[in-house]
Design a protein around this ligand. Sequence first.
Ligand SMILES: Cc1cc2nc3c(=O)[nH]c(=O)nc-3n(C[C@H](O)[C@H](O)[C@H](O)COP(=O)(O)OP(=O)(O)OC[C@H]3O[C@@H](n4cnc5c(N)ncnc54)[C@H](O)[C@@H]3O)c2cc1C
Ligand code: SF4
Length: 338
Amino acid sequence: MTPFQYARASDVADAIKQIATDPSARFIAGGTNLLDLIKYDVATPTRLIDISRLPLRNVEETAAGGVLIGALVPNTDLAYHPLIEARYPLLSRAILAGASQQLRNMASTGGNLLQRTRCFYFYDATTPCNKREPGSGCSAIDGVNRINAILGTSEACIATHPSDMCVALAALDATVHVTGPAGKRSLALVDFHRLPGDTPQRDTNLAADELITSVDLPSRGFATNYTYLKIRDRLSYAFALVSVAVGLELDAGAIKEARFALGGVAHKPWRNELAEAVLRGQPPSEAAFMQAADLVLREAKGFGSNTFKIDLARKTIVRALSQAARGTPQSQSNKKIA
Ligand SMILES: Cc1cc2nc3c(=O)[nH]c(=O)nc-3n(C[C@H](O)[C@H](O)[C@H](O)COP(=O)(O)OP(=O)(O)OC[C@H]3O[C@@H](n4cnc5c(N)ncnc54)[C@H](O)[C@@H]3O)c2cc1C
Ligand code: SF4
């Protein structure tokens, strides 16, 4: 492990100033991902800037009728916050499907957005990996790729983004607010994470000297017809092979609004607006859900050990949409359509 200095940021301006003056410095929040990366020699910051005491821990209603979430709100606090449980239960469910209670107590909202892939080779510094060492090659394409991506892949990288929380945020149309030396800006969650292309070392469109300050949820929360369905090798403490976050609005027996995002299948939470559009105006039915799933997966590509994910994703989309339409989110009672 490379030795590093430790400094505590006194406020947001101080955090930005400290990171801007030292290109090899990194922010640390809960530390649940960064410290592992340092131990595995994947990240080698020479200075850690501790942001965990900055006043970014509020969850508050916005004038637009939505909710603003501070970047340092712990995952547990967010999942159990009364505003989130009542108005955005999809987000609560997604967070609680991830990691363990202890990890969720430490993990922050901003850190969750920026957690890095769990591709096995990324964590093994003895193997080629374009994300860890650009130009070295991708060990996963012809290697052990059971957990890797089937959508949006490139010849350089087939990693997935592992977050559960971000999949729900994508379906909810969240916005990420950031501050850097040039001032404040906002990015739609769906544009925050990148596809690997030929720069897989860049996971997001956040600059190295920018701090995430908050995440904004619009007023539409899909609190009646929603589901977060996560398929994994074990029922707890495992990352998604495939997950689907769904929010539906039903009106007079037809789908008025449909959102769904996939996790575990791409370098970013995966949304397909065409697939959502075909659902609007249709009565909820297996045929309609199959049609939407086929649209999402028409360009899916497997790499051997992960090819099973294409069929798994199709079935998971259909099941998640069906659950949401019935108003039976995962792990709740099996309420039937009247
Ligand atoms: C064993 C294990 C199992 C897990 N299982 C799951 C799972 O099933 N699902 C899931 O979604 N997640 C899972 N996680 C991941 C966990 O959710 C993340 O590690 C956590 O959310 C990261 O948050 P953190 O505050 O600890 O980030 P840190 O480790 O402190 O930071 C992560 C990165 O974000 C940067 N950063 C942090 N905050 C900011 C900010 N405000 N602005 C700019 N940069 C910032 C840091 O510099 C660092 O690069 C698991 C983790 C472990 C260790
Ligand atoms: S898939 Fe990406 S992270 Fe995994 S080995 Fe290839 S380049 Fe590295």
